[in-house]
Unconditional design. Structure first.
Length: 53
């Protein structure tokens, strides 16, 4: 069974922006857009997306 992801403030922010961007872009939230809004490196977004899967 996969380990549960702790819902930290950081995780909540990623989920919020993924949701908002996907609503604006017809279901798509690109790594570059997420990193721009959260002011983090694209590699940080990729790492978080892997954790969220």
């Amino acid at each position: 069974m996969p380990k549960a992801l702790e819902l930290t403030e950081n995780v909540e922010m990623y989920l919020k922006y993924i949701y908002l961007l996907s609503q604006q872009n017809h279901g798509t939230a690109k790594t570059g857009e997420i990193s721009h809004y959260l002011k983090v490196a694209p590699s940080s977004v990729t790492e978080m997306l892997e954790r969220l899967q």
